[in-house]
Design a binder for this molecule. Structure first.
Ligand code: B16
Ligand code: MG
Length: 220
């Protein structure tokens, strides 16, 4: 068996394993339109990987209006209800191309797998996708106090696995998430565009391009 320089691969969920990043976008777009804040896919890049209230605060700041804490909570609840409607029908068919094969290849190679998502809906989504048994550890919003780009979620996932962070490869589609991985001293594999994920060690278009052999050399 080949010896890999990593002992574990830690995955972000939204936008990496399934396209829930788009559902987050649609739900936030409705809120942004309601409060009169400009919001498009480019602005949305700054929200990816950022927790619910942090994302809301970024949108409200763009509206130039003042909101009370109660009003903010109402908007956050409304966004989440809309998001939960959008993810209600998720099934294993909604795994992104290559996701299932990548998880299996990693496990077949003897490496551990973990999930690192700051979403409070993460557990429900991986159950709908039918992949909850594919992870040796799941770190979600319940375990952390700091959202990405803070490294806490990735460090927590590594600790749950019992693996040194430097022996982990992190997979992310967001700018904040790549920063979190690098701050955790892990190898950062970006999913998306190299022009957006400029701080990643390597960027691929999607998990259909994932190949463990390509990451045998480390470039930290
Ligand atoms: P929720 P990740 C993040 O999940 C999303 O990227 C981000 O868009 C979302 O605001 C955040 O979860 C909180 O999600 O409202 O469901 O708790 O990228 O860390 O998997
Ligand atoms: Mg993501």
């Amino acid at each position: 068996m080949l010896k890999y320089p990593y002992r574990a691969v830690i995955f972000d969920l939204d936008g990496v394993l399934t396209d829930t990043a788009h559902y987050h976008y649609l739900a936030w777009k409705q809120i942004a339109d309601e409060v009169g804040a400009f919001f498009d896919e480019t602005v949305n890049e700054q929200l990816k990987g950022v927790d619910r209230m942090g994302s809301l605060n970024l949108i409200l700041a763009a509206s130039g209006k003042h909101f009370t804490e109660d009003e903010k909570l109402d908007l956050a609840v409304k966004k989440n209800l809309h998001y939960q409607q959008l993810i209600a029908h998720i099934s294993p068919d909604d795994l992104l191309p290559g996701a299932a094969l990548a998880l299996q290849a990693i496990r077949d190679a003897g490496l551990k797998t973990a999930l690192a998502s700051v979403s409070k809906n993460a557990q429900a989504v991986i159950e709908k996708l039918g992949i909850s048994q594919q992870f040796d550890a799941v770190a979600d919003a319940a375990f952390i106090t700091h959202s990405k780009p803070h490294p806490e979620i990735f460090l927590t996932a590594a600790a749950h696995l019992g693996v040194d962070p430097q022996d982990c490869l992190g997979v992310e589609d967001s700018i904040a998430g790549i920063r979190a991985i690098r701050s955790a001293h892990m190898f950062a594999l970006g999913i998306g565009s190299p022009t957006v994920l400029t701080e990643a060690n390597v960027v691929i278009a999607g998990l259909h391009e994932f190949n463990l052999h390509d990451y045998l050399k480390r470039d930290l």
